[in-house]
Design a protein around this ligand. Structure first.
Ligand code: ARG
Length: 461
C-alpha cells in the first residue's frame, strides 16, 4: 500500500502535504557523500563482526558506490516521498542490489545516522573554514608588513585617542582571527566522536564493533552514551557559536572599512572590483562587500539563536524538531566561507592613504597623553599632569592649533617643568615609537606580533 520503509503499522498513506512538510531531502541531500561513506563503514563492520556475510557486504558496498555515482552524475532522482537522504540512498541501493540491501540498516537507526552525517559534514566544513582563516591571517600579516610606518589615529568612542601604526590596527584583527581559528579547532576536536551504532536511542542488540566504524571514518573514538549520542547537537551549536563570533569580527572590520572609505575619513580605498556603483549617482563607489558581510552577520546570529531555541525544551532522545538543525547549519557554513573568501582578496587589494591617515593622526590632540607622560617623567603626579595638559589643550583649541604648535613660553605657562625637549615627545612618530612595551603600537612590538602570527600559520599548516 505504501513503499515507505516504516509503512507496516499504518492503515492510511501519508497525506501529501504532510509528506512535503515532513521531508528534509531537499536540503539534507547535501549530506549524501557522508551518508554513503558512513553506510559503507557500517556494513563493512557488520561483515567483520559476522552479522552479514562478506558477499552481502560486497554487494551493498557496490550498490552504495553506484548510488554515489548517480548522485554525482546528476542522474539520481531526489523524491519528496523518500523523506530524507538516508532513506533515499538506502532505497536506491536496494533497488540496485535487490533484497540484500535491506540488511544495511541492521544495528543502526536514522537517529545515529543523521548525527554521524552532520558531524562528518561539519568536520569537513570546519577544515575549509580554518584554511580560509589562515589565508586571511597571512594576507593581513603581509599588509601589516608592507605598510609598516603608516600612522593612523587610534580611537575610543570613535573620538581621536592616540596615534597608532596602521599595522598595529591590522594585527589586532589577526589576534581575533587566531582565536576564531582556535575556537573552530576546539569545536572540531570535540565533535570528532562517532555516534554510529547508538541505534535509535538505547544501543543495539547486535555484537557490533563501534571502535571499528569510528576508526574507519576518521573519528577519535565512539561516543559513550547512546542516549546522548542521538540527542546531542552541541557540536552544531558550538559551530554556530564559533561562526557567530568570527562573523562578528568580520563585521567590525567591515564597519571600519566602510567608514574609512568615506570621503570624510578617506583612509583607505577598496579595489574597484570589490565595489559597485549607483544606477543614478555617477560619482558613487559603494563598499557593498563589507556592507553585505556586516549584514549577513544577522543571519548567522539568527541561526545560532534559532538552534538554541529549537533545542531548549527537547526531552531525550531524538525528536523531529532536530531536523531543523540542517538549514541554519548549512546556511552558516556557506555564509562564513563566502565572507572569508571575499575578505581575503579584498584586504589584499585594499590601498591605504598614508598621508591622509597621518594628517588625521596629528589632529584631535592625539599626543596629549604623551605630554602628560612627559610631565610624569619630570616628577609631576599623573593626575596633576592630566589637568595641566587639559589646560594646554584648551589653549590650543582657542588658538586653533595643535599642542605641538604652542610656543615654549605658552607651554611653560602651564608648568615650569616643560622644557624645549618636549617637542621631541609630542610628535605623532615619537608617540608611536615610545609605546614599545609588549603589545604596544611601536614598530618593534608590531613586528613581534607579525612574527608570532606567521609562526601560528606555520604551526597550523
Ligand atoms: N531527517 C531526519 C533528521 O534530519 C533524520 C532522522 C529521522 N529520524 C526519525 N526517527 N524520524 O533529523
Amino acid at each position: 500500500m505504501s513503499d515507505k520503509p516504516w509503512a507496516g503499522r499504518f492503515k492510511l498513506p501519508t497525506n501529501k502535504f504532510v509528506e512535503e512538510f515532513n521531508a528534509s531531502i531537499h536540503f539534507d541531500k547535501r549530506l549524501y557523500k557522508y551518508d554513503v561513506n558512513g553506510s559503507i563503514a557500517h556494513v563493512r563492520m557488520l561483515a567483520a563482526c559476522g552479522i552479514v556475510t562478506d558477499e552481502e557486504a560486497d554487494s551493498i558496498v557496490e550498490g552504495l558506490g553506484n548510488v554515489l555515482q548517480e548522485i554525482e552524475d546528476g542522474t539520481f532522482e531526489f523524491r519528496t516521498e523518500d523523506e530524507d537522504i538516508h532513506m533515499a540512498v538506502e532505497k536506491r541501493m536496494t533497488e540496485l542490489v535487490g533484497p540484500v540491501g535491506g540488511k544495511l540498516h541492521t544495528a543502526r537507526s536514522r537517529n545515529d545516522q543523521v548525527a554521524l552525517d552532520m558531524r562528518m559534514y561539519l568536520r569537513a566544513e570546519i577544515e575549509i573554514i580554518r584554511g580560509y582563516l589562515l589565508e586571511l591571517i597571512k594576507v593581513l600579516c603581509d599588509k601589516a608588513e608592507a605598510e609598516m610606518g603608516a600612522v593612523m589615529p587610534g580611537y575610543t568612542h570613535l573620538q581621536t585617542a592616540q596615534p597608532i601604526l596602521f599595522s598595529h590596527y591590522i594585527m589586532a584583527y589577526c589576534q581575533m582571527l587566531k582565536r576564531d581559528y582556535g575556537r573552530f579547532t576546539d569545536c572540531a576536536e570535540r565533535m570528532n566522536l562517532s555516534p554510529l551504532g547508538s541505534g535509535a536511542l538505547a544501543g543495539t542488540t547486535f555484537p557490533i564493533d563501534r571502535d571499528r566504524t569510528a576508526e574507519a571514518l576518521g573519528f577519535d573514538a565512539p561516543t559513550e552514551n547512546s542516549l546522548d549520542s542521538v540527542s546531542d547537537r552541541d557540536f552544531a551549536l558550538e559551530f554556530l557559536s564559533a561562526a557567530s563570533i568570527c562573523q562578528m569580527h568580520l563585521s567590525r572590520l567591515s564597519e571600519e572599512l566602510i567608514i574609512y572609505s568615506t570621503s570624510e575619513f578617506d583612509f583607505i580605498e577598496l579595489s574597484d572590483d570589490f565595489c559597485t556603483g549607483s544606477s543614478i549617482m555617477p560619482q558613487k563607489k559603494n563598499p557593498d562587500m563589507p556592507e553585505l558581510i556586516r549584514g549577513k552577520t544577522g543571519r548567522v546570529y539568527g541561526s545560532l539563536m534559532g538552534m538554541l531555541t529549537t533545542m531548549k525544551g527537547l526531552p531525550l532522545a531524538y525528536n523531529k524538531d532536530m531536523q531543523e538543525d540542517k538549514e541554519p547549519v548549512f546556511d552558516t557554513a556557506d555564509t562564513i566561507k563566502a565572507s572569508l573568501k571575499i575578505f581575503i582578496p579584498m584586504m589584499e587589494k585594499m590601498q591605504i592613504k598614508r598621508e591622509k591617515m597621518r594628517e588625521s593622526a596629528s589632529l584631535g590632540f592625539s599626543t596629549a597623553t604623551d605630554l602628560a607622560d612627559y610631565l610624569v617623567r619630570k616628577g609631576v603626579p599623573f593626575r596633576q599632569s592630566h589637568h595641566i595638559v587639559g589646560s594646554a589643550v584648551a589653549k590650543a583649541l582657542d588658538k586653533g592649533c595643535d599642542i605641538s604648535e604652542l610656543t615654549i613660553e605658552e607651554l611653560k605657562s602651564f608648568s615650569n617643568r616643560i622644557d624645549e625637549d618636549v617637542y621631541s615627545y609630542i610628535t605623532v612618530d615619537a608617540s608611536v615609537n615610545s609605546r614599545a612595551a609588549k603589545g604596544g603600537t611601536a614598530e618593534k612590538s608590531v613586528k613581534e606580533q607579525i612574527d608570532n602570527a606567521r609562526k601560528f600559520i606555520e604551526d597550523n599548516s
